[in-house]
Design a protein around this ligand. Structure first.
Ligand code: NCD
Length: 357
């Protein structure tokens, strides 16, 4: 797999493998020395055209903990602001041969478009209202760490489903892993057709008739931010009204199972979609999600770079005592990072980008 752009790039086996790998990276403060900077000499570029605190920082910390050098491009300060096209921007970047480019853009599909013009690995860090696949991976990691499984979990996702890339990525990934998702919130913020994301997977997705129905007996509750920057219509009368009818308060949380887990991708809007008492309460794992995000992104970066590099270096693989089959490092094939210590492929040896739109 060259790029990681959507949850549909995943399989249950690959999700399990990446989450297992992330477990190795979780002791974030102690692991750096033991890791020996497995991606030293590699370069990561972040290209963000939307506000971000946690996702951009999380990728940067993950990359640095793996020994990568990081360059951050703020789109408002780049040549895009001088009228350069996305295609020319990425061709320019590609000429400098970064190994990984992490893109966030307000328009759906931009990371996919850019990836076609580049030899670098591309990771989608959120494209418009479409997908945010690393958020879904870190949410799955958080759920699996707590419950020991994803299969059979009842997960309520509440709020602005319509404008939420986090909802879309989570719905697909959770259904893929056999969880049962109930979507709750105002009718005006539903996403018609989202139930079909579960087609072909063992999990299910159900649009609940009421908040109470979505929450009843839920093992975990994922609250979404009201995407005010994307609300260009009158979806509800006011933020106060929204909180009054749909905000997650302690009383409403009590409809879920006792000790149900509370997740939120952040940034949270207190007293809009979630009450402070819930966000800061004992059932909340919002800060843990942020910590887990670094481990999951470390696992993804290491896997993405190595799984391509290793089959291209048969001689190196042999020196590490691995078979020549190439299957060990195929996407989805459960290779442990500890058995793939090959870091020597230069960017010039990568496959050519698929040019031509
Ligand atoms: C989310 C995003 O940007 O899509 N935040 C995040 O990445 N942690 C959710 C949001 O902005 O509401």
């Amino acid at each position: 797999m060259k790029d990681f752009l959507d949850t549909s790039d995943l399989t249950p086996q690959l999700v399990t493998d990446l989450l297992d790998r992330a477990e190795r990276f979780l002791p974030l403060t102690t692991i750096a020395d033991q890791l020996g900077a497995p991606l030293r000499g590699k370069h990561l570029v972040t290209l963000f055209s939307e506000a971000s605190t946690r996702t951009r920082t999380s990728f940067e910390l993950a990359a640095k903990r793996l020994g990568m050098k990081v360059v951050n491009i703020v789109v408002g300060m780049s040549s895009l602001a001088k009228g350069e096209t996305l295609r020319d921007t990425i061709l320019t970047l590609d000429a400098m041969m970064p190994d990984v480019v992490v893109v966030r853009h307000a328009v759906a599909g931009v990371p996919h478009f850019m990836a076609r013009f580049s030899k670098a690995h591309f990771i989608n860090a959120g494209d418009g209202e479409h997908e945010h696949p690393t958020q879904a991976l870190l949410d799955a990691f958080t759920l699996r760490r707590h419950f020991g499984r994803l299969e059979g979990l009842e997960v309520a996702i509440l709020g602005d489903i319509c404008h939420s890339r986090v909802a879309r990525s989570n719905v697909r990934l959770l259904a893929m892993m056999g969880a049962h998702v109930r979507l709750g919130g105002p009718r005006t913020l539903r996403a018609p057709g989202i139930e079909h994301f579960a087609n072909g997977w063992s999990g299910t997705v159900q649009v609940s008739a009421s908040l109470r129905e979505a929450l009843t007996n839920a093992d975990a509750v994922m609250v979404l931010r009201i995407q005010q920057e994307r609300l260009d219509g009158a979806f509800f009368p006011s933020l106060g009204e929204y909180f009054a009818h749909f905000g997650l308060t302690s009383e409403r949380l009590a409809w879920a199972k006792p000790n149900a887990l509370v997740l939120h991708p952040g940034p949270i809007n207190r007293e809009v979609e979630i009450a402070s008492e819930v966000a800061d309460g004992a059932q909340s794992v919002i800060q843990k999600q942020v910590t887990h995000g670094v481990a999951v992104r470390m696992a993804l970066l290491e896997w993405l770079v190595h799984q391509e590099a290793t089959p291209r270096e048969p001689a190196l693989r042999q020196t590490h005592g691995q078979s020549e089959s190439g299957h060990q490092n195929a996407p989805g094939g459960g290779t442990r990072a500890a058995t793939t210590p090959t870091y020597a492929v230069s960017v010039t040896e990568r496959g050519q980008p698929a040019h031509g739109l």
